[in-house]
Design a protein around this ligand. Structure first.
Ligand SMILES: NC(=O)c1ccc[n+]([C@@H]2O[C@H](COP(=O)([O-])OP(=O)(O)OC[C@H]3O[C@@H](n4cnc5c(N)ncnc54)[C@H](O)[C@@H]3O)[C@@H](O)[C@H]2O)c1
Length: 339
């Protein structure tokens, strides 16, 4: 079995990707410092896969630890999820984000280069597009000025990959630009664990549904969209996990140096009200929400053109919005039972 290192593998998307890699015949190895995850994710992984997945506890900025991991394991690729992702916090603590998100990529690339590990999949985001002038957004759409230090770290990391590949080192990299990951593993053993008040819509919706939050505020209903609320491309995290497996396989067919970018979304835009209605349907209960003022900095509408990933990686989203919300809801119910 080929070993794939997953940085941030105890986190939301990383843990689902560990399952997908195992199912595809790869052996995942995790490094995580648990700065935004809990060890219970590893227990969930064991329940789903029947395996104890090796996990190094530590920081990817720790060059000595990275050196040890690369020495102890023959790796055929790396998927780099580890990063901080709270957009709001990044405006208050920019250096925390620049340090963690950028330095960890630099340390990783140095270690990969030293150990002749060529294949890297990097977690980027549709945030690099800002509010695109044309929809759906293609990979060739010019990136806009970042709205937050977090968004800027994704742009800078993409640029670092381009520079590194252009320097003709043996690196084959794919940046996956995720749209809006939601849902949880259908087993409800792993899912998103927002620490504190969730800044994303769906965890806020499910926490309101279960009574942890009193009320959801919809930020603006007077935008130029079908029902006036913001539009996003919500993608089931299990579909997103599969996209990483496809990206790793694709890299193996490419000769270094190589770099490419793929959007990972469903290709459909859904409004906040679509999410609320779909949630009410799958949970069978009304959601307590109110309409509030617009939130500064919100992108009004964005969804993906998925033709490139459909054609070149032979990947397509399988789950729809209701299925994803069903799994988010089941995960929330499972979490509430444990607490
Ligand atoms: N979830 C989203 O909405 C979304 C959208 C676009 C892009 N992304 C990107 O996808 C990646 C994964 O996101 P996620 O939602 O799974 O986040 P997450 O916070 O659930 O997972 C990230 C994991 O990385 C770990 N981590 C952070 N810094 C680390 C470090 N220096 N060393 C070791 N471990 C570290 C955290 O403990 C956590 O387990 C991130 O790079 C994020 O920016 C996420």
């Amino acid at each position: 079995m080929e070993n794939i290192l997953i940085t941030g593998g105890a986190g939301y998307i990383g843990s689902h990707t560990a399952v997908a890699l195992l199912e595809a015949g790869y052996q995942p190895i995790i490094i995580d410092d648990f700065s935004n995850s809990e060890k219970s994710a590893l227990e969930g992984l064991k329940k789903i896969t029947g395996q104890d997945i090796a996990c190094y506890e530590g920081d990817c900025n720790d060059a000595a630890l990275m050196e040890r991991i690369f020495t102890e394991n023959k790796l055929s690729g790396v998927i780099h999820f580890a990063a901080f992702k709270a957009v709001g916090e990044s405006s208050m603590l920019p250096l925390k984000y620049y340090h963690n998100n950028i330095s960890s990529l630099v340390v990783l690339l140095e270690t990969m280069n030293k150990h002749n590990v060529e294949n890297l999949v990097f977690s980027s985001s549709c945030t690099v597009y800002g509010q695109p002038d044309k929809l759906p957004v293609k990979e060739s759409t010019p990136r806009k000025k970042a709205e937050s230090p977090y968004g800027n770290t994704k742009k800078i990391c993409e640029d670092i990959l381009v520079d590194q590949v252009n320097s003709k080192v043996a690196l084959s990299a794919i940046a996956l630009r995720y749209f809006n990951p939601i849902g949880a593993h259908t087993s409800s053993e792993i899912g998103e664990l927002p620490l504190g008040v969730p800044s994303n819509l769906v965890p806020f919706v499910t926490q309101t549904g279960v009574g942890i939050r009193e009320e959801l505020t919809v930020f603006g209903d007077d935008y130029d969209t079908p029902d006036g609320t913001c539009v996003r491309d919500y993608i089931h995290v299990m579909d997103l996990a599969e996209a990483h497996v496809k990206a790793i396989s694709h890299l193996k067919e490419k000769k270094a140096p190589f770099y490419d970018i793929f959007n990972v979304g469903t290709g459909n835009g859904n409004t906040v009200m679509d999410v609320i209605k779909a949630f009410e349907k799958v949970s069978g209960k009304p959601l307590n929400y109110k309409i509030g003022p617009r939130r500064p900095g919100d992108v009004v509408k964005v969804w993906a053109d998925t033709a490139k990933i459909n054609d070149e990686l032979n990947w397509k989203a399988r789950f729809n919005l209701e299925e994803a919300l069903r799994d988010s809801w089941n995960w929330q119910l499972a979490l509430s039972k444990k607490q």
